[in-house]
Design a protein around this ligand. Sequence first.
Ligand SMILES: [Zn+2]
Length: 328
Amino acid sequence: MTRRISILALAAIAVAFSATIAPGADASPASREDKPTSSTTAPEADASFTYRETPRFLLRAPQPDRTDLRFYGELCENALDLLSPGFDPTRSGRGPIDVRVSPDERDFARETGMNAARTLAVAFPGRGYIVLNAPALSRADPAERFGVVGHELVHLLLGRVGGGRAKVPLWLHEGLAQLLSGEGESTGDAIRLAWAGLLGRRIAIKDLTDTFPYGESSAALAYTESASFTRHVATEGLFFESPREFFEYLLSNSRQARETLTDLNDQATLAQLEAAWRSHSKMSGRIVLILTSSGAIWGAIVVLFLIAYVRKRRREKRVIEDWDAWER
Ligand SMILES: [Zn+2]
């Protein structure tokens, strides 16, 4: 997701987590079978909604029914499979994941308080549901659609850990949400991180526990740091194979997993992990800067060479033309 998008989320970060949009292609129709439920089987049945149940989600849209809930059910199921294949949130006894589908931008803005023109979906981990912006999602391209829904699902599921009482620091929320939906580790992110390290402008991780800074560049750095630090904690600090394995461990909701979260909220443990991460990323940061700056130098050499070549060719051509003229 672009930074522009993530930054919008800051407005509602205390209660909600969001991801955002770029213009995209048309939605493809859903095909998998899932069953519609009558409103009487839905837990909080409300006649003003229409419901649809999939194996792991309960979707609802306000009446009159103008949204293709089957399409959004399919989208949620597939996005969850990409995050954690086979993960069943209903096994923990919490029931299916609630998804509210907004049929138009006005409904979405009213439900979320977010800018419907630029926000695709918002998770409310505290309230236990996700709100989808149907018109914006249907316009997005499939990769972005999965990325956004996956990102919000990570927030929602982390909100369920420890029965919703476990404190998941914000850097971990955003770190896992980005890493599992394929964001946060672009070359641009690596360069941003390397420069911030070089100039001593990194934001302390403890300052990313409850809030993110305002301002586009600091917010972008906060997201980048969160992804990098989360990967470090998962693989170097806790020896998981991947951030996904760490995520699944947290979702297991075991006593051990809850203790890990307690440790990550401990200032001394966090400081130790951060020191290790900083020295680790100092080295890789230098490599990034060397590679990117030498890349720029090589690029400049190639351009200068091409300019010289074109000039030489022109000169030669002129000489030949002159010579031709002289011959005649
Ligand atoms: Zn997020």
